[in-house]
Ligand binder design. Structure first.
Ligand SMILES: Cc1cc2nc3c(=O)[nH]c(=O)nc-3n(C[C@H](O)[C@H](O)[C@H](O)COP(=O)(O)O)c2cc1C
Length: 275
């Protein structure tokens, strides 16, 4: 039977078989989706090169120049209704929120950052693993240290921001599970499998970065996320002593919004399937 599998399916089946080996959890937790066989393997950011995000054309001069086709003239259907505006939070979180192009002088208090973390930490993670770690860079000294890791197009946006957060994760997050998930020996689900724990840390750490953005917007802050940064260098400069790994940056403050309209998003029919 196995020899009839396509190579990709076969490797997924193998990964799946590994995940359900005798060392896998015996207690059902509701978190077992983490071993679904169709999930793509995700290698932690630590060994990754900086991948262009689409925002740093200037910063990656080796990218081939491509002719950009003119967007077709379309009149988009409204993405939201006036009734959506009345839903608490929707304008702040989505409808009116924009990634800023610069910053006002208004500072961000440390107490706001504490409040921000205390809200973001409530977002769900698998087995309550909470692998994200956040470094809030406020001082000139810390910002100057970060400067050398930034792609050139991102320097100004970071240096002028009142706060830039290094969104990181702890690869050995599972050492906290005895108190974060006391219902079971959750540590043993991860500690034996480096690839699985890295994948879990990266997935949930990224989600927690998203929760941080959502919480910040609801607190009235603007957010400028950035992945145009040399994460290996960030790790060397800021994180190695703790063993944490960086994922992306989020600058926070009270921003200057862009003047033009948003870039379009994919429609429901392009991006979604109803099965
Ligand atoms: C993970 C992530 C990485 C990003 N990286 C960069 C970046 O390196 N530089 C930059 O100027 N903007 C960056 N952005 C900002 C996006 O381009 C921006 O949020 C997106 O185009 C939406 O714009 P809007 O909020 O105006 O609709 C990033 C956003 C995210 C979520």
């Amino acid at each position: 039977m196995a020899e009839t599998l396509e190579p990709e399916t076969a490797s997924v089946a193998k990964a799946s078989a590994e995940h359900v080996s005798v060392e896998a959890p015996v207690v059902p937790t509701g978190d077992e989706d983490i071993v679904l066989p169709h999930e793509p393997e995700r290698v932690a950011a630590v060994d990754e090169p900086i991948v262009p995000t689409g925002d740093e054309d200037i910063a990656f001069p080796t990218e081939p120049e491509t002719e950009i086709e003119a967007a077709p003239e379309v009149i988009p259907a409204p993405d939201f209704t006036e009734a959506d505006r009345e839903v608490p939070g929707l304008p702040l979180l989505f409808i009116d929120a924009r990634t800023p192009i610069g910053w006002t002088d208004r500072p961000v208090e440390d107490s706001t950052l504490r409040r921000l973390y205390d809200l973001a930490k409530l977002g769900p993670t698998s087995a309550n693993s909470s692998p994200a770690r956040f470094l809030f860079l406020r001082s000139r000294e810390a910002k100057e240290k970060l400067r050398q890791t930034l792609s050139p197009g991102n320097v100004e946006g970071v240096m002028a921001a009142p706060v830039t957060v290094i969104v990181a994760y702890d690869p050995v997050f599972y050492d906290n599970l005895f108190r974060l998930y006391p219902q079971a020996d959750a540590r043993s689900w991860f500690a034996w499998n480096d690839e699985f724990s890295q994948e879990t840390a990266f997935r949930n750490g990224t989600l927690q970065g998203g929760y941080l953005i959502a919480a910040a917007r609801l607190l009235g802050l603007d957010c400028w996320p950035m992945s145009g940064v040399d994460t290996n260098r960030v790790d060397q400069l800021f994180l190695d002593p703790r063993g944490w790994r960086s994922n992306f940056l989020v600058s926070l403050g009270y921003g200057i919004p862009p003047e033009g309209p948003r870039n379009p998003r994919l429609t429901f029919d392009e991006a979604c399937e109803l099965l």
